[in-house]
Design a protein around this ligand. Structure first.
Ligand code: ADP
Ligand code: MG
Length: 351
């Protein structure tokens, strides 16, 4: 997917002025509330018209003030999933799902409804009305409806913001697998760095209606480390838990981690703040932290006066955060070998 945007739009006091050339299948638009993300979504989808400029998706010009082109939303074949599912209240789940499908030209129909219903686990819901669905179920139906419209591009405008944490992270694999299975590129809009890390490969960051930078989720998380209340959030996929003295022993690549809150089965996603990791130059004698890992420094970066230490732990990556004086006192450099201590209670299970 290639999207060229060069637009200006004034809304009351707010002015949006964005020029960007984005490509890739999983792109994020990141910015705090009020920065103009939804305005951009409206302009791309055709729900709102720019004051001037140009929008080109792949080879198709969607809007050009100079050439007087302004394709109607349905001609653009761009589907949107909003924060609130906005399902049709008087229709069943099935009718909602097939709404866009029926309006799609037969030559553009390439999504197999059965596969989609399977992927999103919607079969048991098909005959139900939409009023009593849970928030997560509603979002799955909204996503299914968007995909069944056979779009060329899917816009997701904070689709997880209205859900509680647990559900948010349960839905993310659905979002990813649907776009992968049907090869539908997406723009994922959010103000959550963790969602960006899980959903996107690169990011357009906007602030006050202006484009700040094109970056990667990893770079963005590093830049924000010092300012974020929880530092850099390491996202770890831990597998095969075994109960051990009231804790769970999880496999993390070739390592074992002891975690206090867990789940008895399978693979789970955990977050661990860069601030919860304590580094030692020498092996400490007796410590209460249940995890002591041998690691090697592979990279160091700075974020507003804090130092991020990128560690390799038997091939797995971990980012720890220390103040500059600590880095100097411990003479930490690239290739330094260190011990990282992490309490079993420092891991937070996301899904
Ligand atoms: P985001 O999605 O990043 O939170 P929005 O694109 O919704 O931001 O809004 C950007 C700014 O534009 C906000 O300050 C908002 O109040 C303002 N805005 C949005 N729509 C209108 C409108 N129709 N009239 C006036 N101001 C608007
Ligand atoms: Mg918004």
């Amino acid at each position: 997917m290639k999207l060229y945007i060069d637009v200006e739009k004034k809304l009351g006091e707010f002015s949006l002025q964005v020029k960007a050339d984005v490509s890739g299948e999983r792109t994020g638009i990141f910015g705090e509330s009020g920065s103009g993300k939804s305005t951009l979504v409206h302009l791309i989808s055709g729900l709102m018209q720019p004051d001037k400029g140009e929008i080109v998706l792949d080879e198709t010009c969607l809007f050009s003030s100079r050439k007087k082109i302004n394709l109607a939303p349905e001609e653009r074949r761009i589907a949107i999933v909003f924060q609130q599912a906005m399902l049709f209240p008087h229709m069943s789940v099935k009718k909602n799902l097939f709404y866009g499908y029926k309006r799609c030209h037969s030559e553009n129909r390439r999504i197999k409804a059965e596969t989609l219903i399977d992927l999103l686990k919607l079969q048991p819901l098909l005959q139900r009305g939409v009023k009593n669905l849970s928030g997560g179920e509603k979002q799955r139906v909204a996503l299914g409806r968007a995909i069944l419209a056979n779009p060329r591009l899917l816009l997701m405008d904070e689709p997880l913001s209205a859900l509680d944490d647990r559900l948010r992270f349960q839905i993310i694999p659905y979002l990813r697998s649907v776009s992968e299975e049907f090869r539908i590129p997406y723009l994922f809009i959010s103000h959550s760095l963790t969602e960006m890390q899980l959903m996107t490969d690169h990011i357009l960051a906007i602030k006050n209606g202006r484009c700040m930078e094109e970056t990667t989720p990893e770079q963005l998380a590093r830049n924000w480390m010092a300012q974020s209340p929880k530092g850099y959030l390491n996202l770890l996929r831990l597998a095969d838990p075994v109960k051990q003295n009231g804790l769970f022993a999880y496999r993390w690549g070739k390592n074992t981690l002891l975690v206090s809150g867990g789940d008895a089965t399978g693979e789970s996603l955990f977050e661990l703040s860069s601030r919860e990791i304590i580094l030692f130059k020498k092996h400490p004698e007796a410590i209460s932290a249940r995890n002591l890992l041998d690691c090697t420094v592979t990279e160091m970066f700075e974020s507003d006066g804090r130092i991020g230490i990128v560690l390799s732990v038997n091939g797995e990556k971990l980012v720890a955060e220390i103040v500059r004086s600590a880095a100097e006192e411990l003479h930490i450099t690239i290739h330094s070998t260190l011990f990282a201590a992490i309490k079993a209670s420092s891991f937070r299970m996301l899904a």
